[in-house]
Ligand binder design. Structure first.
Ligand SMILES: NC(=O)c1ccc[n+]([C@@H]2O[C@H](COP(=O)([O-])OP(=O)(O)OC[C@H]3O[C@@H](n4cnc5c(N)ncnc54)[C@H](O)[C@@H]3O)[C@@H](O)[C@H]2O)c1
Length: 437
């Protein structure tokens, strides 16, 4: 099938490349010239495992092209909208400027029977408004909402083999046609009996924000337990293991630490709460404000722990910060707790040397005042404290004996509770986790 993808960022670039991999004929359109040039030359503008291979394979097959020209979508039957929906400046609500612009940009090129498919995460009600816009413009096109659940770091795998598909479609014949087209797009996953939920626009939009609200709540729940464990002298890791054995609770997403970040969870729970207030149901999502507050204060608690461990003063102390990305296997530093901790320590006068396997360029652009080292061992050399804030496998695998010889003081603060406290202590380190004795 001939497909267009509007917006080629973390979601769109992977979607375009994966759809080509599945045999579709794909054109990706983005307004960012540098991004399009990189993608067209087979080089990934973001760090996402497997993406570059798909870009090269797509280019070689002749089934994957990128353009800055909106007219390049002509001839495609299905048009995915994957542009950003960031938090509005100074507000909690989502900024729909890019979604609206993408749909307006599509209008002159649509043919009757085309399907416009929203992938971006939007406030409930957006799809109905956009379908009305397509109708009012006489496009003859149908809209569907097909929320995306990919996880950065696993985006290619999640796109090619999603754990479920959700189609929000209009009622009646249009909905049936939309479903048939989406089934054709996702024939590979459907053929593997991937769970499929076909529903109305509002439910499809809500599924995405509800999923993110639930995940955020799970993380903030265990972080709240970590705060109590800290005060009471308990161990939140053992607590998470113990409650996680209950299948109704589950162990995943119960890792206490400095909390969640990234380009989705924080802004999505805020936008959800803002939309609920518009709908007169602010009380239904009031808990999300608490989820957000717990999450945000974890960063300062980490900083406080560093300050306290260094005897109350970090000024001119060398602090090695391991990790900048909001999660491992990503270069994404949008609302990253790791980068935030580095920035706060730097603001207190610490001599921060931060490192990350993928996220230094993005961090440097945003915070050139920080010190960076591309090599982990360089970051550790002479450090008065080592602060682990993104759980990259290479940091988890550090040998406490070997790196003990590099630092000035054997003090390690584990903002992700992923190090083996016993092994580090046995190697002579002072180990502190979050919510662990
Ligand atoms: N990143 C994720 O893991 C993820 C997962 C699920 C859902 N989402 C949702 O997907 C959407 C996109 O997220 P992202 O992380 O890819 O954002 P992003 O900022 O990486 O990408 C958005 C892209 O859209 C482009 N763009 C903006 N306006 C455009 C226009 N009018 N025409 C063409 N291109 C345009 C931008 O240049 C940018 O490259 C958001 O709504 C997000 O919440 C993201």
């Amino acid at each position: 099938m001939k497909i267009s993808v509007i917006g080629c960022g973390y979601l769109g670039a992977v979607h375009a490349a994966s759809m080509a991999q599945l045999g579709h004929d794909v054109v990706g359109v983005d307004v960012d010239v540098a991004k399009v040039e990189a993608l067209a030359s087979g080089s990934a503008p973001i760090f996402e495992p497997g993406l570059e291979d798909l870009l090269r394979a797509g280019a070689a097959s002749g089934r994957l092209a990128f353009s800055t020209d909106a007219a390049a979508v002509r001839g495609a039957r299905v048009h995915f909208v994957a542009v950003g929906t960031p938090q509005r400046r100074g507000e909690n609500a989502a900024d729909l400027t890019y979604v609206d612009a993408a749909v307006e940009g599509l209008l002159p090129h649509l043919r009757p029977g085309d399907l416009v498919v929203g992938k971006s995460t939007v406030p409930v009600g957006t799809a109905a408004r956009l379908q009305a816009r397509l109708d009012e413009a006489g496009s003859g096109a149908t809209l569907a909402w097909n929320p995306e659940f990919l996880r950065e770091g696993f985006a290619v795998q999640d796109t090619i083999s999603p754990d479920r598909l959700v189609y929000g479609v209009p009622p009646g014949r249009r909905g049936e046609e939309a479903r048939a087209l989406l089934d054709e797009v996702y024939a590979d996953a459907i053929g593997r009996d991937t769970p499929l939920i076909v529903t109305d626009f509002a439910t499809a939009e809500l599924v995405k924000v509800a999923a993110n609200a639930f995940l955020a709540t799970k993380i903030s729940f265990i972080n709240a337990m970590a705060e109590i464990a800290d005060a009471a002298g308990g161990d939140v890791t053992a607590l998470a293991d113990a409650i996680g054995h209950d299948a109704r609770i589950g162990r995943r997403f119960l890792n206490a630490g400095i909390g969640f970040g990234g380009g989705c969870l924080p802004k999505d729970i805020r936008a959800f709460a803002a939309r609920a207030e518009e709908l007169g149901r602010g009380e239904s999502t009031a808990f999300l404000k608490e989820v957000d507050a717990i999450n945000l204060r974890r960063r300062q608690q980490m900083v406080d722990m560093v300050v306290e461990s260094l005897g109350g003063v970090v000024y001119q102390k060398k602090v090695a910060v391991l990790g900048l990305a909001f999660k491992p296997e990503s270069d994404d530093v949008r609302d990253s707790p790791a980068l935030d901790v580095a920035v706060r320590l730097n603001g207190l006068g610490a001599h921060v040397v931060a490192t990350d396997p993928a996220a230094i360029p993005n961090s440097l652009r945003m915070h050139p005042q920080l010190g960076f080292a591309t090599d982990t061992l360089d970051a550790l050399r002479g450090a008065d404290a080592v602060v682990l804030v993104t759980e990259w496998p290479e940091y988890r695998a550090l040998d406490p004996v070997a790196v003990g010889g590099l630092v000035s003081a054997k003090l390690v603060l584990d903002g992700r509770n992923v190090l083996d406290a016993g092994a580090w202590r046995a190697a002579g380190w002072t180990y502190r986790g979050m919510g662990r004795p």
